[in-house]
Design a protein around this ligand. Sequence first.
Ligand SMILES: [Zn+2]
Length: 470
Amino acid sequence: MFKRFFLIFLAISLLFSTSPAHAQETEEGPTYIVQAGDTLWDIASRFNVNLDDLMVANNLEDGNLVVGQEVVIPGLEGVSGVLRTETVPYGDNLRSLQRRTQAPQSVLRKLNRLVSPTELYAGVSLIVPIDTELPTLAAKVSLHEGDTLLEEAVRQNSDIWTLSEINSLGNTSTALPGEVLYAPADEGTGNNANGLPAAFTSATVSTLPLVQGSTAVIRVSVSQDVVLSGALTSNKEYSLQFFPDGENSFVALQGVHAMTEPGAYPLRLEATYPDGSVESYEQMVLVTSGGYPNDPLLIVPPATLDASITQEEQDDLIATISVASPEQLWAGAFTNPSVYEDCFTSRYGSRREYRADDGSVDPYFSFHSGLDFCGGTGLQIDAAANGIVVFAENTIVRGNATIIDHGRGIFTGYWHQSESYVQTGDTVEAGQVIGLVGASGRVTGAHLHWEVWVNQVQVNPMIWLERSFP
Ligand SMILES: [Zn+2]
């Protein structure tokens, strides 16, 4: 009997003693400063907390937020300070991020619920603490072969203990040659705090996360006389084509295939030194959905679906757009190829199912690889940019088709023409009339189908009309 009363008493006292202590803990938890456009729902999803918990922790009843307001993020005991979110740039790993933000890896792991360091994909949104008490640590240095941390410290106008502390080295002799370290910020160095090997001064990928059908711009600066190569392995492996972009800088444009399953894919960079030794860096990069809709079923003549007939045309096309000529012939955004600039009957990316009108061939599932403009037979078609005609033939699927090479792996295609005014080898200028709209090939009516290829991948052409690529 006594024992039972004691247990009830204990339970009641625990109830009363833990509640206030718990409330206090949440009040001391990390905070987020509300930015313009933030909603409570955004913040809850960004920090992966329950919306009700967030409202209770901040005594918010109506969910109204004021820009600049400090919001306590509950459920992160042991973490304090102000939090912000950032998109993980290409080149950052958990170690470089820890060195740059000066937040312990355990805190970064806890904030982002990371189970393994390999989950740190470029393009994901990451929560990082801002510690305003620490100096900005931006200068990146690489320990030279045969150098000690002391020699590096002298070179950086710093001391061995500061370098050791900034870089979370257990003791002053644990740094290895070639390892990426950070020195106290030195104005004017312009060095980025990233986790890339010594051969790479910088590497950026824009715009992260990558989207199905987008054009990725990969810029890499190298510190030495190295040969740069790389690959993005998404729906298949694409060798990156790097071209000069200023002194020691290179740029590669890579299309992201519209049918790539959303997820993380490896982007690898390799620098080969004159002596044959290689430094490489690989990081997973996030690809998200383009949100493309499904088109209604398309019924077409059997010959346009018969692989024994269409494969040769497909192979010809792939061979044509696989040769990247080094000179960039286009400049700025592309010129609209149609007289109907803002009118489309079908946009890029929509999912399509083709069936033969006599049921003789298996259904074929694909996506719409270009942009279909309004307007029928006889309307003029303009070249989208300066280039060289590399294909001008009558084909089964694409009808009367023209392909223009704009250099550096960029091609534009113009299908279903009623007439073509150009021949293979012709040089064309942006805006030049190259043919007329028609209904040749696999069509349900006369229209211009226009597509843009970026290193062997058909991308969303609309982006090339709206902005300029390097
Ligand atoms: Zn089309």
